[in-house]
Design a protein around this ligand. Structure first.
Ligand SMILES: [Zn+2]
Length: 611
């Protein structure tokens, strides 16, 4: 969506649009300090948490975490694509849209991919509808109970049982094989001469983004072939970890219900929608990612996950708990008595499914129930084991109010003292292993997971804090940049944002957003711009120092840099000029300012060391 307009024109439009006036047409706004406040148009609320910053041209809701600028506001309220919203606003602002040459070139490469993917979807659809060729796929869909309306809505298709039908059909329309390869539709032959189709003899599920563009495909085999499900590989327009299957078709229902239903497979989604549960989506054959949860949080303030009752489903649920806790998105869990959502719906119907959803437990309570089923809560030994198994999950709950509530719940339910649970939790935090006699077998794997997850969370907090101060106060950017590079930020979203800030240290928060291609990073800028940093003025310096030290300690590259910097200082103090030069060269190589020499000995560093 970036790349369509030059940064200058976006700025120009933003400067001319009064955001308070624009949003005031939809929401009653009242001035409150720096901001204007009102009731959020995107979620139900009684007290205003929707904030508008007139000066910076940004809006943000603390209730549902949606936010953005004039462009996003128009997109979300009027359901427009970025291009359409830009045109609307440009008209309003009296600005003429001209594409920058660079943006036009980049956009045209991606444009061609989108057009090729769209043409492929049309081709697959025609194959499915072909009376002869499409029969095996239509038979399969009929067997699975997918009706014609559902197949049409989800644009289902069929990839014929051949090696180059798609290549030839799209080639005739002017899409070269190299482009199809880039778009994930064709493979290069092992010998290197020529291409072949990725999808063969499969039912095709187009994957569509929120701008209603086809970005990839899922394909289900029709014979015994492997793999059973095949998804397009990642491309310039398709990132699996950020995409949810059917989110485009579920978006409206998600907005209305303010709830998103997450199932495991494409077929589960189809059946759910066919049975009227139209706010269902699926992760793309992979485990849920933090970024996918962020995408969900943007659209809904609650989630329900419906997983299979098998061990894999249980494990996925435990993983999901951590992700949703991190995102602070309340989630409930439905465990099906048997089978998957697809089978359940067909056998028991939509009413039974809705009844299960209505009874869904918050995910932690669900864990309490499963742990309680494994041990006898009436015996002392059973109580000990239950608490032991729940402590790692409790430790993951980031929201202190919710954690206190859960501790109370555990104490009441199993008739143990809250104190005892708290104490065990503290011990877990400090990393003291429980005494061997108390350590139950099944929880061992969990303990290991959590032990490695916790420093990760602390690390993420440290990074976020630094970014928070860097976004809001430019003075901190220099302080941080002296000690860290963007590469030191372990969280990929943090890294993207750090890179943008460090590349243009004088940019304001709203201009930073334009430099970001990454949706999650954009959201983060907004959050940080509107949230007060959790540090009082007089502590900032110390806190920044600690956060940097924490990151440096845990980052080998940063550690090496620090060691080199200290060695350089020592050599300088000792007056050893040659050693200083030698170390500086090593330092510059390490931070990538100069190239490592191609052949063997990198001691040949005659490059000048102008640090
Ligand atoms: Zn809201």
């Amino acid at each position: 969506m970036r790349g369509y307009l030059s940064v200058d024109i976006k700025d120009e439009i933003r400067r001319r649009i009064d955001l308070v006036e624009l949003i005031g047409g939809h929401v009653a706004l009242k001035k409150a300090g720096r901001y204007y406040k009102g009731l959020c148009p995107f979620h139900q609320e009684k007290t205003p948490s929707f904030h508008v910053d007139r000066e910076r041209g940004l809006w943000h809701c603390f209730g549902c975490s949606r936010g953005g600028d004039a462009f996003t506001f128009v997109m979300e309220t009027s359901n427009l694509s970025f291009a359409e919203a830009a045109e609307t606003l440009a008209r309003r602002a009296g600005v003429q849209i001209v594409r920058s040459p660079d943006a036009a070139k980049q956009a045209s490469e991606r444009d061609r991919m989108y057009r090729a993917l769209e043409a492929a979807a049309t081709f697959f659809r025609a194959q499915l509808l072909d009376p002869e060729r499409g029969r095996p796929a239509r038979d399969y869909l009929a067997r699975r109970g997918v009706d014609g309306a559902t197949a049409e809505r989800f644009r289902l298709g069929y990839a014929p049982n051949a090696w180059d039908e798609l290549l030839r059909a799209l080639g005739n329309k002017g899409y070269p094989a190299a482009l199809l390869e880039k778009a994930g539709l064709a493979h290069l032959r092992p010998g290197g001469d020529g291409h072949y189709d990725v999808f063969r003899h499969r039912v095709i599920f187009p994957i569509v983004d929120l701008q209603d563009r086809v970005v990839g495909f899922g394909g289900r085999v029709l014979d015994g072939g492997e793999p059973k499900y095949l998804n397009s590989r990642e491309t310039a327009v398709f990132t699996k970890g950020r995409t949810l299957y059917a989110l485009n078709w579920a978006r409206e229902a998600i907005r209305h219900s303010d709830e998103i239903v997450v199932v495991e497979g494409n077929m589960d989604v189809l059946t759910a929608h066919q049975f009227g549960i139209t706010n269902a989506v699926a992760s793309l054959g992979t485990a849920l990612t933090a970024e996918q949860v962020q995408v969900m949080k943007r659209l809904a303030s609650r989630a329900v996950i419906v997983y299979d009752a098998d061990a894999a489903g249980q494990h996925a649920m435990e993983r999901a708990l951590a992700l949703f806790e991190d995102a602070d998105l309340p989630v409930r869990a439905v465990v099906l008595p048997a089978g998957d959502p697809d089978e359940f719906l067909r056998r028991q119907g939509a009413e039974a499914f809705r009844a299960l959803m209505a009874q869904a437990l918050p995910i932690f309570e669900y864990q309490i129930a499963t742990v309680a089923a494994r041990h006898d809560p009436k015996t002392v030994d059973g109580k000990v084991r239950i608490v032991e198994e729940l402590v790692p999950a409790l430790a993951l709950v980031g929201n202190p109010v919710r954690q206190a509530e859960y501790i109370r719940l555990v104490a009441e339910r199993f008739d143990v003292r809250e104190d005892a649970v708290r104490q065990r939790l503290r011990r877990h935090r400090r990393g003291t292993p429980p005494s061997p006699s108390a350590r139950p077998g099944p929880a061992e794997g969990l303990d290991v997971d959590v032990a490695s997850a916790e420093p990760e969370r602390a690390r993420r907090r440290a990074e976020r804090l630094l970014l928070h101060l860097m976004v809001r106060e430019r003075a901190w950017r220099e302080v941080v940049a002296r000690r860290l590079t963007a590469g030191d930020f372990a969280d990929p979203v943090h890294r993207v944002l750090a890179q943008a800030i460090m590349a243009v240290p004088q940019a304001e928060a709203e201009a930073l957003r334009d430099r970001l291609e990454d949706e999650a990073a954009e959201r983060l800028v907004l959050e940080l711009a509107f949230e007060e940093p959790p540090v009082v003025e007089k502590d900032k310096e110390r806190v920044v120092r600690d956060a940097i030290a924490y990151i440096v300690e845990r980052q080998p590259a940063a550690r090496r840099r620090e060691a080199l910097a200290r060695a350089i200082a020592a050599a300088q103090a000792a007056g050893d000029a040659e050693q200083v030069r030698h170390l500086q060269t090593a330092y510059l190589k390490l931070i990538g300012v100069i190239q490592t020499s191609r052949k063997g000995g990198d001691d040949h560093g005659q490059e000048e060391g102008g640090a």
